[in-house]
Design a protein around this ligand. Structure first.
Ligand code: A3P
Length: 288
């Protein structure tokens, strides 16, 4: 281990959906669970990025699942359509490997003539492997209203919400800021997508995404409704109702295995209003 490596055991942050106690590790200023912490160190040591890679980056619970679904559908649209795509039978997170977890799969994709450019990560910008930064590959970064991120996280991890506000420093802003700062230096190489905007006008953002990652829709494709078909395929309604996403399990063999359905909760903007209360202020006349 290197740099400002330190660790801390979170007191009994065990959730019914997760197995065993979680140990958190702080690395280069950010916290992570053991397996991802180790995967990060491995990726930083051995990953050789290519300029043609496209990094799909995000903080957890900012709607990574939707972005991955769309990016995968865009990149593979020449080979598969809505009735043959892997997305019908595979959780989107398994379609695009996670750098800090699935390094072997990322490298396999490289070795297979590099035809599949997509690599996902939740790593903050400052923890990315040096080869990746040096490659100047493109990065797509998604972000979302912080209050909905907290609620999404809270529901996902149940009572581990404490990770956000108590035991572990609040990292969401630092995560976004790191990528934003990099975007000021790497002009035109980092695309920011905002979840709320994408929901409001998916056509616009899906076209921007396709163009940015080098898979621009042709005029013929647009006329043939390919963009709309991809949006429909990747929609929350469609994806959340697929059998694999209703009943499958993500990484079933691991300590932290997650039911696929938990990646598809409500997909509602402003859901935080149903969770954040001003109880402490009740009776004061001050309402937030
Ligand atoms: P909610 O918890 O608010 O419902 P991540 O993918 O980063 O884990 O974020 C999860 C959030 O993305 C969840 O939000 C989930 O419902 C939403 N989501 C997943 N798939 C989606 C899709 N196809 N379209 C829109 N939102 C989606």
């Amino acid at each position: 281990m290197e740099d400002d490596d330190s660790f801390k055991t979170c007191p009994q942050h065990t959730i019914s959906r997760l197995k065993g106690n979680m140990t958190m590790y702080k690395y280069l200023g950010f916290w992570n669970i053991k397996s991802l912490h180790e995967g990060t160190i491995l990726a930083r040591k051995s990953f050789k990025a290519k300029p043609s890679d496209v990094l799909i980056s995000s903080c957890p619970k900012t709607d990574t699942t939707w972005l991955k679904t769309l990016a995968f559908a865009i990149v593979t649209r020449d080979k598969f359509d809505g009735s043959t795509t892997q997305l019908l039978t595979t959780l989107p997170h398994e379609c695009i490997p996670l750098l800090e977890h699935d390094l072997e799969k990322v490298e396999d994709n490289h070795n297979n003539a590099g035809l599949f450019p997509l690599v996902a990560t939740h790593l903050p910008y400052t923890s990315l492997p040096e080869s990746l930064v040096a490659s100047d590959c493109k990065i797509v970064y998604i972000y979302r209203d912080v209050k909905d991120v907290i609620v999404s996280h809270y529901c996902f991890l149940h009572e581990v919400v404490k990770l956000f506000v108590d035991d572990v420093p609040f990292e969401y802003w630092d995560h976004i800021w790191g990528y934003w700062k990099a975007s000021q230096e790497r002009l035109g190489r980092i695309l920011f997508l905002k979840y709320e905007d994408m929901k409001e006008d998916p056509t616009n953002d899906v076209k921007r995404l396709a163009e940015f990652i080098g898979y621009l829709f042709s005029i013929e494709e647009e006329k043939a409704g390919v963009v709309e078909n991809i949006i429909k395929l990747c929609s929350f309604e469609n994806m959340s109702n697929l059998e694999v996403n209703k009943s499958g399990t993500h990484r079933p063999e691991e300590d932290v295995s997650i039911e696929n359905r938990l990646y598809f909760k409500k997909a509602k903007d402003g859901d935080w209003e149903n969770y954040f209360t001003d109880e402490k202020l009740s009776g004061t006349g001050l309402v937030l």
